[in-house]
Design a protein around this ligand. Structure first.
Ligand code: SAH
Length: 239
């Protein structure tokens, strides 16, 4: 499944360029019974299987061991779970400060609760919906972190302007042609005047955030320039 991540796009390039390492540990390799079972019935009865604690914990020990060999000093153990803290850019930025992370992906009904109690530092959710495995949620988190590694993007400047990085949504973007069946690119972007373009983009960012995500603005202290640009937009749109 992780080939989707490691063989494509920005993350794929960063992986090929050795900007980060991915190690995989399959709990099935740490089973001791003939059937190599990693799941069992849930105690108390009812439908659904649970991932057993032993193979999980052995996988985790292996993951810790390999991280140590690779020189990782501060590491964090994450369990992907719909019951966890919701992932946002702040969470990703915090995770980016670790030099290694271990992500546990569940399957079935999830993992034995004792595994979480004994080993997990933080549970993370990708949203209030349930998917069938933790792998895709884990890939979302990895992608979010990797695009912050210096050198992974062609320009770190584009990361800084991304939505949420400065508490605002990104401005709209356009590419050639200038006129597509009568739909035209805003004049400001074609003006060649850097200051004008900067102001236009900032104003668009503020306006979009105001319209689409007022909750983000409530958390943000606007600068004088930002307040002025936003107010100008608000009054312009009242007319
Ligand atoms: N019975 C569990 C859901 C199990 S889904 C519950 O209701 O809490 C199987 C696995 O998919 C989980 O162990 C978890 O690793 C992953 N998963 C499902 N939804 C997720 C979400 N929103 N965020 C992160 N991981 C999720």
């Amino acid at each position: 499944m992780f080939a989707a991540l490691s063989q494509n796009g920005i993350v794929g390039r960063a992986f090929a360029g050795d900007l980060f390492k991915l190690n995989f540990h399959n709990p099935r390799d740490f089973t001791t019974d003939n059937y190599r079972r990693i799941d069992d019935k849930t105690f108390g009865g009812g439908a659904g299987m649970v991932m057993k604690i032993e193979p999980l914990e052995k996988s985790l020990h292996e993951a810790h061991k390999i991280q140590k060999e690779q020189g990782v000093k501060n590491s964090l153990v994450i369990y992907m779970s719909p019951q966890g803290k919701k992932v946002d850019q702040k969470v990703i930025n915090q995770l980016s400060t670790y030099d290694g992370i271990i992500i546990v992906s569940g399957r079935y009904e999830g993992v034995d609760e004792r595994f979480i109690e004994r080993n997990v530092d933080i549970e993370l959710s990708v949203g209030d919906f349930v998917v069938s495995g933790g792998e895709i949620p884990a890939m979302l988190v990895i992608d979010g972190i990797v695009r912050q590694i210096p050198g992974s993007m062609n320009s770190m400047e584009s990361v800084e302007h991304d939505s949420f990085m400065n508490g605002l949504l990104d401005c709209p973007h356009y590419a050639a042609p200038r006129n597509y069946e009568g739909s035209i690119v805003p004049d400001e972007l074609l003006s060649g005047d850097h200051e004008k373009i900067r102001k236009w983009r900032l104003q668009q960012s503020l306006w979009r955030t105001y319209q689409r995500r007022p909750d983000l603005l409530a958390d943000k202290q606007l600068t004088k320039e930002q307040s002025r640009l936003l107010e100008e937009m608000i009054s312009r749109n009242k007319i």
